[in-house]
Design a protein around this ligand. Structure first.
Ligand code: AHR
Length: 514
């Protein structure tokens, strides 16, 4: 009897703890930490569906859409507002079929090829190296070129580096000048193949490590003081052996980054719809997204073993939600809508990256426009900014800011007996001394009271912005493009070194403390 009473008492205590806010974030500003590389906020543009053609590039002759040398002005303007730090191109799987010399010189003379990975459509090569690198200048972003290892040749990739990066006299730089570009672009980031375990050549990790060494050796830095930042094609999600093999076999002098790809997908054979998803599908997407936390911990632990000084970076150069395509669209084009579920996924994943900023130095959301979890969708001369766009825009305050480590205790989001954390958070201090805390509540029905302990940070004011909506399945349409936009958030209460927040179900808040 007495025991039963005790248990009941304990249960009541737990219940009341949850009612008056067991959700707690504690900032640890006294711990010396790292800068959150702005490159974590990178993007990806592949020759896939309507990402390049229609999305970024509408052609020099287009007279219905405002453009600069064929590049949409509206897309450039929107991406500049995000301060996108880098853009990866031309793939993805397409990269290992791409022969860069097809995409230079007079456009009328460029060969048309078949885009065999994505819809079997004609690729006329009207968007090539000059178009991409000049576009990066317009966007004020750093290019990240993915080289063809799968179906290319060592000499071909070595030539591409020379064409793009060498200012002296050489066959490739002379060709570049002949094609209208005098000064080299000096591209730092180079991927040595893509998904070598799959569409990049179905290689084993051992075989790829050997091939990598050969390609990387002949990719000269052409006198560039900083050298080339070569990135090895990384693991498919939880393939830890891949990372281990690369770290063990490839001389670290030849490699600056090891990649990792992970998509939040329910089931590769039943991905579910992008808008009319069930609560079960929502849970499973979030669970797959949250798995990124474990993936980074485990891949980092392997990297720590071979590189305790942290010289090699983990580059998550493909991430995002992957659902069924929108009904009536080409299945090979991967065009999907973007709801509040995607905002949850983006906010949670960026919190994971911010909190792992010591090893994760770059990440690329797949993909920027009209493909998978896009920040922008286009239709004719219209564009819409997706909920994911707004999260990226709210989180840009963390770019190159000093990470503030934190502890978090949170309720769970439970479905059918399975659970993941309902809340995630990350924090940083920018150059001006402003502190930003981003909070995500992925619970689809319950708001959460959170108490944020500032760990001695002195602040006299807190305000912020919130992204929320009536319905988890809401999205922006071309008819109603502003259904979901950030709003000012003034409800946080600052008292005695603690902030109290009541965060609505499925919402993202970014607070600014001054
Ligand atoms: O982003 C779409 C595809 O997903 C990429 O081409 C490939 O690298 C990955 O499998």
């Amino acid at each position: 009897m007495r025991n039963r009473g005790l248990k009941l008492g304990a249960m009541l205590l737990l219940a009341s703890a949850s009612l008056c806010g067991q959700n707690k974030v504690t900032l640890r500003p006294s711990i010396d930490t790292v800068t959150i590389s702005k490159h974590i906020y990178g993007h990806f543009a592949e020759h896939l569906g309507r990402c390049i053609y229609d999305g970024f590039y509408v052609g020099e002759a287009n007279d219905s859409i405002a453009h600069t040398e064929g590049i949409r002005n509206d897309v450039v303007q929107a991406l500049k507002k995000l301060q996108i730090p880098n853009l990866r191109w031309p793939g993805g799987c397409f990269a290992d079929t791409y022969h860069w010399k097809d995409g230079i010189g007079p456009k009328a003379e460029r060969p048309a090829i078949v885009n065999s990975w994505w819809g079997g459509v004609t690729e006329d090569n009207s968007f090539g190296t000059h178009d991409f690198l000049n576009m990066c200048e317009l966007l004020e972003t750093e290019p990240y070129l993915a080289g063809n290892v799968g179906s290319g040749e060592v000499q071909e990739l070595a030539d591409w580096v020379q064409y793009v990066n060498f200012n002296g006299e050489s066959p490739m730089s002379d060709l570049r000048v002949k094609n209208g570009r005098k000064e080299a672009w000096t591209v730092r980031y180079w991927g040595v193949g893509n998904e070598a375990w799959g569409c990049g050549g179905n290689m084993t990790a051992d075989y790829y490590a050997d091939i990598y060494k050969k390609y990387a050796t002949f990719m000269s830095a052409w006198g560039n003081k900083e050298g080339l930042y070569r990135i090895a094609s990384g693991a498919n999600s939880a393939d830890y052996n891949w990372t281990e093999t690369l770290m063990k076999k490839i001389p670290h002098s030849l490699m600056k980054g090891v990649a990792l790809h992970h998509y939040a997908v329910i089931d590769w054979n039943a991905k579910g719809p992008s808008t009319k998803f069930s609560e079960e599908q929502y849970f499973k997407t979030m669970k797959s997204g949250w798995f990124m936390n474990e993936l980074i911990d485990k891949h980092s632990a392997i990297m720590d073993k071979y590189d305790p000084e942290g010289r090699i970076d983990l580059i998550v150069d493909e991430w995002g939600g992957w659902y069924e395509v929108e009904p009536g669209t080409n299945p090979g084009f991967l065009y999907q809508q973007n709801t509040m579920r995607d905002a949850m996924l983006a906010g949670m994943t960026l919190n994971i990256f911010n909190n792992h900023a010591k090893r994760v130095k770059m990440a690329n959301l797949a993909q920027a426009v009209n493909v998978l979890q896009s920040v922008i969708l286009t239709r004719g001369n219209q564009i819409i900014l997706t909920p994911t766009y707004h999260v990226m825009e709210m989180y840009k305050v963390h770019q190159d800011a000093r990470q503030i480590p934190l502890d978090i205790s949170t309720d769970s989001f439970t479905f059918a007996g399975d659970s993941i954390p309902a809340l995630s958070a990350s924090a940083s201090k920018d150059e001006m001394g402003k502190i930003h805390v981003s909070l995500v509540n992925i619970d689809p029905t319950n708001n959460k009271k959170i108490s944020i302990g500032l760990g001695g940070i002195k602040a006299s004011n807190v305000e912020g912005r919130i992204l929320k909506s009536q319905n988890l399945r809401d999205y922006n349409t071309f008819e109603k493009p502003e259904t979901i936009v950030p709003a000012l958030y003034k409800e946080a209460k600052l008292r005695d070194g603690t902030i109290e927040v009541d965060i609505p179900a499925f919402s993202v808040i970014v607070l600014e403390l001054t």
